[in-house]
Design a protein around this ligand. Structure first.
Ligand code: ADP
Ligand code: MG
Length: 782
């Protein structure tokens, strides 16, 4: 015992006071004494006692009165009454006043000590209980405060679902106060519905009580407050159990997630929006790291780069796998570092299959707080086709311009040569066999012929050469020229010819099936093309190699042809000429079709071979392209339009000996020299020739001699009135007048330019006397 119990002995008899206090002191109690009721109360007002031993019969204020006072004022103090036998009744009555026990006088020490010990024990217990009760009350208060201040709404119910407690947040959310809510059925206060169905969902309290489990509320639960305000809530219900595990109630915990849900929805929508934008963009969109890995790339990007999946692309090393030249990436990165972004930056990339890809990249560098680049975000647009078409178009335009220039010059020279050769021949014929000057004339003619050949090449390039197209079998031409080609390429080069017949017979043309590709072509010209290509191939394979010529039938679409004017989509015959020679770099490829471009030493190359090829193919409404890389050989591809129906095989023209005549011819030609030459030839062979210098003059002259004139020879292109216009006028005067047209332009050009319709007789410059006479006779004899 840490502090002894304190006992106050109250008795008017001193003997009892003394004996009792002595006894108690012997048992270690702390004892005070009082001889009367007032003295007792006075002592108690200044000291506390655990026990008062009170004599019931005292003079003045008696024990009962003192007892009442003590019980009123000192609740924690116990009282034991001492009574004589006579007052036993009285003493028993004091139990009502809260006395612990009474002891009869005379008492035994043992008896009194026992009673006292009992009492104090009891007192001790009582104090303990009070203390515990107090502690419990404090604990309860603390819990209640905690509960009420929880940030979530809390509602506790009993087993029947009646509200026991609702905290502050729940008060706010429901609109009910603790006092109003207490004892009400929970559903009146916690009024919930399903957001979508607007129906009352399964009661969470019942559910918790029946299952005994913690339950989460269904999604989309709405709490309707007392004033009708609706809030989306997230919550749970849990059973409240007693010590033995019996469910004695339910606690609901809930939170207002209206704002949260709204923000979440907005975020999701905005994320979805950007995702869609990313996923569905037709341009490639990517995020990559400066180290050279993709972090993300959209489906267009995967497709553009030719990979099978995004995952595959995320694994590649960009610099190594996507660039032909990793230094290109370094330059691009430098630009990004310097400016923070690049716009339409042209990059040459490598697809998964190794094909070249030209893209325009628009990229932004993304920095962290310290200013370091952490990623690149950008887009790529494929411009491979565009670039190719652009360069092809540019090339076509350049060739067109060069062609026009060359054609103009060649034309002038052609007229002059016509005169030189014509007169040369006349002179030659008039000389006797052993004329000493004959050699000189021959030399003039030889040189002139050579000049004429050169001019022919130029005309061929400028597509103004006279060609005589007819339906021919391409494979036949190649078969025929094969021998010649073998000679051209020499022994060191192997020649492979692969002729593919079209499958199936593509046109029956009403003439029976044709087993071959038929094109409208001038056989001699196509041979020329092949010889030129073979010559170049040989030059490119000085140590031998292989030259392959193959044919096939292909279908060209709009896109393929879009860069080339005049071309129509459809069926084309394709001749591929491939060599295993030195090949060419890009710079050379660009120029090879230009006249006089050669890389060969003086005397070996003229630079006209491919120009001719180009012109001839163009004139055949075809198309030629070249594929070559330094060291990897060269392939030329020639596309010629295939004709639909097969025209009967053209018979070789019958050779006729020129004969003259006596008819009168009106010769209309603006070029003085050509006119004089033509006139001379005609007159020499007996014709009478009238001359006119242009279209208008022709009409005038015709009117003057309209009955005599039997034939008109008209130059197609003339100042004032063209040949055709003059002819049309003259026809009005005499509708059956015969006419022969002459032009330096190829027949198809004349037609294309609308000078002549097809049915007219036509002869081209330079005029050969024989051909002129033959044609004149032919027209007159019609
Ligand atoms: P030339 O043969 O007289 O030089 P071309 O017009 O025929 O003139 O050819 C022009 C140039 O094109 C040649 O000088 C050569 O550089 C190049 N070339 C043409 N064909 C080939 C080929 N098959 N392989 C390599 N280079 C070629
Ligand atoms: Mg050549």
């Amino acid at each position: 015992m840490s502090s002894p119990y304190r006992i106050l002995v109250v008795d008017d008899e001193e003997k009892i006071r003394k004996s009792l206090s002595g006894l108690l002191q012997d048992y270690d109690y702390e004892v005070a004494t009082a001889s009367s009721g007032p003295e007792c109360l006075q002592i108690m007002s200044s000291q506390t006692f655990d026990l008062v031993i009170l004599d019931i019969v005292m003079p003045g204020m008696d024990g009962i009165e003192v007892l009442q006072k003590i019980k009123e004022e000192y609740k924690d103090t116990e009282v034991i009454i001492i009574t004589g036998y006579a007052d036993k009744e009285k003493a028993i009555a004091t139990f009502r006043l809260g006395v612990y026990d009474f002891i009869e006088k005379p008492f035994e020490s043992k008896e009194i000590l026992n009673t006292i010990a009992h009492c104090l024990n009891q007192l001790e217990l009582k104090k303990e209980i009070e203390k515990k009760t107090m502690e419990l009350a404090v604990e309860k208060e603390r819990l209640l405060v905690t509960l009420r201040s929880i940030g979530d709404g809390v509602i506790a119910t009993d087993r029947e679902g009646k509200i026991l407690l609702i905290n502050k947040v729940a008060e706010e959310l429901t609109g009910w106060t603790q006092q109003e809510a207490a004892g009400k059925p929970h559903y009146e206060i916690f009024h919930i519905i399903n957001e979508k169905t607007r129906k009352i969902p399964e009661d969470p309290v019942t559910r918790v009580i029946t299952t005994g489990l913690i339950v989460g509320l269904a999604n989309h639960t709405i709490l309707i407050a007392r004033d009708g305000t609706e809030r989306i809530i997230a919550d749970s219900g849990a059973p409240i159990k007693d010590r033995d595990g019996n469910i004695i109630g339910v606690v609901l915990v809930f939170r207002d997630i209206t704002e949260h849900r709204k923000a979440e929805k907005e975020l999701r929508m905005s994320e979805e929006k950007y995702r869609t934008l990313f996923e569905e963009s037709k341009d490639a969109v990517f995020i990559s790291t400066p180290e050279g890995r993709f972090l993300d790339i959209n489906p267009s990007g995967v497709e553009l780069l030719g990979y099978s999946s995004k995952d595959e692309l995320l694994r590649i090393d960009i610099a190594q796998d996507l660039y032909f030249n990793p230094q290109d990436r370094e330059k691009y990165q430098q630009a990004l570092k310097q400016h923070g972004f690049v716009k339409d930056y042209e990059l040459v990339l490598k697809k998964k299959d190794g094909k070249r890809l030209i893209v325009l990249a628009t990229t932004t560098a993304v920095h962290d707080e310290k200013g370091n680049i952490v990623s690149y975000r950008g887009m790529m647009r494929d411009v491979t086709d565009q670039r190719r078409l652009e360069s092809q178009l540019l090339q076509a335009q350049k060739m067109e311009a060069v062609g026009t220039l060359t054609g103009g010059i060649a034309h002038e020279f052609n007229n002059m040569l016509t005169t030189i050769i014509g007169y040369g021949k006349l002179l030659q014929e008039e000389m006797v066999e052993d004329d000493p000057l004959k050699h000189n004339v021959e030399m003039i003619l030889v040189s002139s012929e050579r000049a004429a050949n050169l001019i022919q090449s130029l005309l061929a390039f400028s597509r103004e050469q006279i060609i005589k197209p007819m339906p021919v079998s391409l494979n036949e031409i190649i078969k025929k020229v094969e021998k010649l080609l073998l000679r051209v390429i020499g022994e060191d080069v192997e020649l492979k010819v692969i002729l593919n017949p079209p499958t199936p017979p593509f046109d029956k043309g009403g003439q029976g099936g044709i087993e071959d590709v038929v094109v409208m072509a001038d056989q001699g010209q196509i041979e020329q093309v092949l010889v030129n290509l073979a010559t170049n191939a040989r030059d490119a394979m000085p140590d031998g190699g292989c030259l392959t010529i193959s044919t096939e039938l292909v279908e060209l679409d709009e896109e393929f042809l879009s860069a080339f004017k005049y071309k129509k989509p459809g069926r084309y015959a394709l001749i591929s000429v491939t060599d295993t020679g030195t090949g060419m770099d890009k710079k050379i490829v660009k120029k090879i079709f230009e006249p006089f471009f050669t890389t060969k030493e003086v005397g070996r190359g003229t630079g006209l071979g491919l120009s001719m090829v180009y012109g001839i193919i163009k004139q055949h409404n075809g198309y030629i392209n070249v594929n070559s890389e330094s060291g990897k050989g060269t392939t030329f591809k020639i596309y010629l339009p295939v004709i639909k129906s097969y025209v009967e095989e053209i018979k070789p023209s019958t050779v006729t000996i020129p004969t003259g005549g006596t008819e009168t011819i009106l010769l209309v030609e603006d070029d003085l020299e050509v006119r004089k030459l033509t006139k001379d030839i005609l007159q020499k062979f007996g014709y009478k020739v009238l001359e006119a210098v242009d279209g208008e003059d022709a009409i005038k002259k015709f009117i003057e001699d309209k009955d005599k004139i039997q034939l008109l020879i008209l130059d197609v292109v003339m100042p004032k009135k063209s040949g055709k216009e003059a002819y049309d006028e003259i026809k009005k005067i005499r509708h059956d007048i015969k006419a022969l047209f002459v032009s330096g332009y190829a027949v198809d050009i004349v037609r294309r330019k609308g000078f002549l319709d097809e049915e007219f007789d036509f002869i081209s410059k330079p005029l050969s006397p024989k051909e002129l006479l033959r044609k004149v006779r032919e027209v007159l004899d019609k």
